[in-house]
Design a protein around this ligand. Structure first.
Ligand code: ITT
Length: 214
């Protein structure tokens, strides 16, 4: 079975391919230029993009996936959020770090709280005339400097929160059984990132909703 993933982002395709390969599903990139609505909610953006693309599917019985993500920084009132792509292209990673320069503490727990951030992803899947939506969140904090060359986008400045034995994210400063030991997503492999990833969480939730639908 082939699943079309509508995105221009090769990093997102690589992660979705890795995730679905464990389920025996092949993911193919679907190149389509949808108009992104100006909305303050990534779910609205994802749903608008999928609606625009459905009529252009090679085959009406094909499955189509859209997944929209963003980085939401607590101290910046959720910025860059829905403006993540634009912010990355304009002020870039150094710009985000600069906006947060004054937010630091010697105490690691306090530092984590001051610099808290989360990635959010909304995945929307169209099949058989129906669209299913699911969300995934990855809490963490913004690093003080760039670290690592893996991944894409904001990965070199985002340190995910540690996870407990059930894979649930812990509070800033808490040590979990799964930890990057302070490394950013840019400092770990794609496979390691999946344990924490907002994208993997959104796709897992999507798949369990599909299973419930039978
Ligand atoms: P499409 O809309 O074509 O899918 P995009 O790159 O615009 O591609 P998003 O809107 O989902 O993708 O992402 C908004 C920005 O957030 C964009 O600059 C991404 O590089 C970045 N981003 C998304 N997921 C990320 C992740 O897992 N790690 C690091 N950066 C991420």
């Amino acid at each position: 079975m082939t699943l079309w993933f509508m995105t221009s982002n090769a990093g997102k395709v690589a992660e979705a391919k890795e995730y679905f390969s464990h389920l025996g599903i092949t993911v193919e990139q679907f190149e389509f230029e949808a108009i992104e609505p100006q909305a303050d909610d990534i779910e609205i953006v994802a749903l608008s993009k999928i609606e625009q693309a459905i009529p252009h599917l090679p085959n009406p019985s094909d499955q189509l996936l859209v997944e929209d993500a963003g980085l939401f920084v607590g101290a910046l009132e959720g910025f860059p959020g829905v403006y993540s792509s634009y912010s990355l292209e304009t002020i870039g990673l150094h710009g985000i770090l600069k906006l947060m320069e004054h937010l630091q503490s010697e105490d690691p727990v306090m530092d984590g709280k001051l610099r808290n951030a989360e990635f959010r992803a909304v995945a929307a899947l169209y099949q058989n005339g129906q669209t299913i939506v699911a969300e995934g969140v990855c809490p963490g904090r913004i690093a003080h400097q760039l670290d690592g060359e893996e991944g894409f986008g904001f990965d070199p400045i985002f340190i995910p929160a540690d996870l407990d034995e059930n894979g649930n994210a812990l509070q800033a400063g808490e040590i979990g059984v799964t930890s990057t030991h302070g490394a950013t997503f840019g400092g770990i492999s794609l496979e390691e990132k999946q344990a924490y990833s907002h994208r993997r969480r959104a796709l897992t939730s999507l798949v369990s909703k599909l299973d419930r639908l039978g």
